[in-house]
Design a binder for this molecule. Structure first.
Ligand SMILES: [Fe+2]
Ligand SMILES: [Fe+2]
Length: 156
């Protein structure tokens, strides 16, 4: 079981933001790698991004819905997440050697970064307002557990 101190996450929002940094660094790895290293980097990106979005959908977006103005913000984020997921699946299907991979990857990379920024700029302030700090700290464990569960299900 993940504990809140596994990664020095202080609360749910800092845990999410540290995931965003991890996703950005995996995006850079895919950008810079070639051949089989690029395939491996893409697999790591897909695994991390899928687990992250699953954990957000379980533990984060429902809290945002309860915040004032939260419904619309969540609906937009869910649309971005489903486009991102479809885009990653398409890239995996194409494979890194496909002629259109670079162009499609760079479009998707920009969209994934924009999605993370939209969460940080629109969703996280709502969560800070709506959820007290003690609860945000308690939720780190369940959030990390949901990510681990998603990752282990994906690797079966
Ligand atoms: Fe997300
Ligand atoms: Fe996120």
């Amino acid at each position: 079981m993940a504990t809140p101190n596994d990664r020095n996450d202080t609360d749910l929002i800092t845990a999410i933001q540290s995931d965003h940094q991890e996703v950005k660094s995996l995006l850079e790895k895919v950008s810079n790698a070639t051949g089989s290293a690029r395939t491996q980097a893409l697999q790591a990106l897909v695994a991390k991004a899928s687990a992250h979005e699953a954990a957000e959908q379980e533990h984060v977006h429902p809290l945002t819905r309860d915040a004032s103005g939260g419904e619309a913000v969540v609906e937009q984020r869910l649309q971005e997440e489903s486009k991102g997921k479809a885009g990653l699946m398409e890239l995996e299907r194409l494979g890194v050697e496909a002629p259109e991979f670079d162009e499609k990857f760079s479009t998707l990379k920009a969209a994934i970064i924009e999605h993370a920024e939209n969460e940080e700029n629109e969703e996280h302030p709502l969560l800070r307002q709506a959820v007290d700090e003690a609860r945000l700290r308690e939720l780190v464990g369940p959030y990390r557990d949901a990510e681990q569960r998603a990752e282990s299900q994906a690797s079966v």
